[in-house]
Design a protein around this ligand. Structure first.
Ligand code: MN
Length: 403
């Protein structure tokens, strides 16, 4: 098993319509100037007979789920909306012909390519890279992916409303380079992979947003995307040191630190964090002594079932805490059930003959910008423990959720 100096970040992933499984994201590509009217409003005309599409990228860490609140970013006074059709690849390819490009498409989503326009234009005028204008934290907003394998969208309305007022409206038929051409062109430069995501460019009508604005984008036949702008974030200085990866099961304080860090990440991504308390019930007599062997066995089995970015910590005698960043309730429930079976199996081979049951309490929350994350982390643990108390009263081997 690979070891890391500290806990690796969660896998960047997108929600999928009608499927509890999430789509793991590889890279984020963005097409620049792909509608004539938008190119004109940026002061450029495109002659397709001589031009080729151009691209920029954003870090997958900057993905933000639809419905999130994004703090107004630092270092800009002109933060712009760009609504875009997002194509998601389910197969890879290198040097793909346009006629075969549809085979790479898994589905589509509606996205927002949020942009520091003032910074972008300043960089552009100096022929500098656009990164600081485009690769903004939380600026790759994306709704749930609608699976449409092999489908090339050639038309349909794309629109964006800010506070209920239409700001952008066009048709996918107005794309300068269509999806076949984009995939074929991009695959000349990159070995395209499943999970590569292409934001296909924005139509005309881009403009500034302010804290408190509510954005709502949609593409006919694909879905929707929503975003609220939050207040400017004040500087906070140096973060606490990351939890060191260790063979030793971390304890309460390390777990709270890690949970605070995951909540901060989740807030920027608009994703949910789940805390699971796993308790060995009915540990009779001297709880600390009696629990030790059973705990060790259960911990070994629990740890091997978790992904590298999920955390298993010792909470107190007879109790473990599992932190699942980026977990939806459905997948957390599957894991909970799985863990309970592991724990029961560990129980059966354990040194103590006395029967015990294992209970699991789950609590999921999506943090908001106005919350003190350490306080929220503590609340989540307390909520999961409260669920366990109810569970113990209800009988052995139960899983319960507090929403
Ligand atoms: Mn764009």
């Amino acid at each position: 098993m690979t070891t890391y100096l500290w806990t690796p970040p969660p896998v960047a992933a997108l929600a999928v319509q009608g499927n509890a499984a999430r789509l793991p994201v590889n890279r984020l590509f963005f097409v620049g100037r792909n509608y004539h009217a938008h190119a004109r409003e940026m002061g450029v005309t495109i002659d397709k007979t001589t031009a080729r599409p151009f691209y920029f990228t954003k870090s997958p860490a900057h993905l933000l789920a639809s419905g999130a609140v994004l703090p107004y970013p630092p270092q800009t006074h002109d933060f712009h909306h760009e609504v875009e059709l997002v194509a998601v690849l389910g197969r890879g390819g290198f040097g793909v012909a346009a006629e075969q490009a549809h085979e790479l498409i898994y589905g589509y989503a509606v996205g927002l390519d949020m942009t520091r326009r003032d910074v972008q234009q300043r960089l552009r005028d100096k022929s500098h890279p656009w990164c600081l204008g485009k690769d903004v934290e939380g600026s790759a907003v994306c709704g749930a992916v609608r699976p449409m394998p092999g489908t090339v969208l050639t038309g349909g309305e794309i629109a964006l409303e800010v506070n209920g007022v239409v700001r952008q409206r066009a048709d996918l038929g107005d794309l300068i380079w269509n999806l076949r051409e984009l995939i074929a062109d991009l695959s000349q430069f990159y070995h395209l992979q499943p999970g590569d995501v292409i934001y296909t460019g924005t139509p005309e009508g881009v403009g500034p947003v302010q804290p408190g604005d509510r954005l709502h984008g949609r593409v006919q036949g694909v879905g929707e995307v929503a975003l609220t702008l939050g207040p400017v974030r004040q500087p906070t200085g140096v973060d606490p040191a990351p939890r060191a990866a260790s063979a030793v099961l971390p304890g309460r304080l390390a777990a709270l630190d890690y949970l605070g860090r995951m909540l901060s990440l989740a807030e920027r991504r608009g994703s949910t964090v789940t805390v699971m308390v796993v308790a060995i019930d009915d540990v009779a007599g001297d709880r600390t002594h009696d629990a030790t062997d059973a705990e060790r066995l259960i911990a070994q089995r629990l740890a091997s079932r978790l992904r590298t970015h999920e955390l298993l910590a010792h909470w107190e005698p007879g109790q473990f805490l599992v932190v699942l960043p980026d977990a939806d309730t459905a997948s957390a429930l599957v894991l909970a059930s799985d863990l309970r079976q592991c724990a029961a199996a560990a129980e059966a081979t354990g040194p103590s003959p006395q029967p015990r049951s294992v209970s699991i309490g789950l609590h999921s929350r999506r943090p908001t910008p106005d919350q003190d994350l350490r306080e929220l982390a503590a609340e989540m643990v307390v909520a999961a423990q409260r669920v366990l108390e109810v569970t113990q009263a209800n009988g052995p081997g139960r899983i319960e959720i507090e929403p």
